[in-house]
Structure formats: C-alpha cells, structure tokens
Design a protein around this ligand. Structure first.
Ligand code: PGA
Length: 257
C-alpha cells in the first residue's frame, strides 16, 4: 500500500521568516488536527533546510531538498551534496523537477546518478516526470513518460524502487493555472503504475506513491485526490500560503485513501 502525501515545493520563494511562519502554521494545524492517512512534506530552498528541519517536529512533517548534486563531494561550486542534505536534517530530495530538466539542462543520465546517490545516502527521492504541451498534442505523452521512467529507474531493483516517490507533473500544467483534468491525471497515473508492475512487480506497483503536480489548489484537489491511482500532490504555488497549504492537508486527509 502506497504512502499518501501532500508535498509543498517552495521553489525559489519565501525568506527565512516566511518559511518559519509557514512551517509553524503547518505544525500548529497538525497539533490541532492530527493526520493519520497522510505524510506532509515541505521542500524549502537549500539555505533553509536546517531551519525547516529544526522547526518540523511533528512526526508527520518531513523536509525535502529541491535538488542535490550527483557527486559525493569536491570542486562543484554552487552545489549541495546528498550527505549535506542529510546533515541539514532533510529526509527527502526532489530529483528531476521539470524546471531542473528544462532551465538547468539536467539530463536523464544525470538524474539517474542523482537517484542512485540519494538512495546511497538514505534519502527518499521524489522523482519527477512530465510531458510538454507539444508532446501531449502530438500524442507522444505516454511514450515520453515511459522513456523518462525507464531512464531513471532501469538500474534499480524491485527492493529499491519503493523507496522512490514518483511525481507526475505535466509541464503545461505547472504554474500555469491550467491543471490536467482528473481523467487525464488518472489515466497517466494508471499508466505509470502499470509500467512499474511490468518492469518490477505487482507489489512494487502497489507500494510506490505516485503524486500529481501542476496547479493543484484547494478547489481542484478533491477531484484529483479522489482518483484511484493518485497518492497525493506535489504542490508549488498553493503551498506558499499557510491557509491554502493547510486546507490541502485537510483535503488530503479526507480524500486520499
Ligand atoms: P504549481 O507547481 O503547483 O505551482 O503548478 C507544481 C510544481 O512545479 O511542483
């Protein structure tokens, strides 16, 4: 059975004070309304990982880095390593967000190395896949997602894969206000689960959490989270505001099963 997850990706937003306020609001919410069915994750900018980890005391609240290097250590100016992410108190790391792939040119091959490095250090990766609008229009979206999954996961064993969380984030729905319909999202999630079943095992397919990301908001979350193969959300814009983030936690707790 897969874990159900509400994850907030802050991207390059919120300063130390704003980050602390948001985590304190989540802590307060969770203390008043304990959640049993879901795990909550926040992914702050790297320089806030220590503060965020120290403030996240609730056992249901964990911290993720937004990125990390594939190398162990050394002369990689501007990078942060897996052991540094761990040392900062984070438990997870987002790997292969479409902004890393598109803006920073991260290749499938690099992302596979990052996934390996994360697992080596006991970090849980949130591995993002997603197609562009033109790929969807040309009906290439399933093939593209399969290619990304294959490239990222091909060298992992059936024992390792359940440690990886997958996030399906269609690029055309990220930050655009345009979300995939619940049918479109479910269709792709079911495709991803089938792929995992074929490549690894039915047990792996059942265990891996598959999150949807792309303009998730309190007003569309119920429909998305109600889909059988959607195990939660990776949320950008709507995770920056305490009220909408906590209402997404509430919706997750109610709807995700
Ligand atoms: P969004 O971002 O919710 O602002 O569309 C999601 C993401 O990029 O993870």
């Amino acid at each position: 059975m897969s874990r159900k997850i509400i994850a907030g990706n802050w991207k390059m937003n919120l300063n130390l004070k704003e980050g602390a306020e948001l985590i304190n609001a989540a802590e307060k919410y969770l203390a008043a309304k304990p959640v049993h069915h879901i795990d909550v994750i926040v992914a702050p900018p790297a320089y806030q990982l220590v503060q965020s980890s120290q403030l996240s005391k609730n056992e249901r609240l964990s911290v993720a880095a937004q990125n990390m290097a594939a190398e162990e250590k050394g002369a990689f100016t501007g990078e942060i390593s897996a052991s540094m992410v761990k040392d900062a108190g984070a438990e997870l790391v987002i790997i292969g967000h479409s902004e890393r792939r598109e803006i920073f040119g991260e290749s499938d091959e690099l992302l596979e190395r990052k996934l390996k490095k994360a697992l080596e250090h006991g970090l849980y990766p949130i591995f993002c896949v997603g197609e562009s609008l033109s790929q969807r229009k040309n009906n290439e979206h399933f093939q593209h997602i399969e290619n990304q999954l294959k490239a990222g996961l091909q060298s992992f064993s059936a024992e390792e894969v359940p440690q990886i969380i997958i996030a399906y984030e269609p690029i055309w729905a990220i930050g655009t206000g345009e979300t995939a319909s619940q049918e479109q999202a479910q269709e792709m999630h079911s495709f991803i689960r089938k792929y995992l079943g074929q490549q690894f095992s039915a047990a792996v397919a059942d265990e891996v959490s598959i999150l949807y990301g792309g303009s998730v908001k309190p007003d569309n979350a119920r429909g998305l989270f109600g889909q059988p193969d959607i195990d939660g959300g990776l949320i950008g814009g709507a995770s920056l505001d305490a009220e909408s983030f906590t209402s997404l936690i509430q919706i997750g707790e109610e709807i995700l099963r």
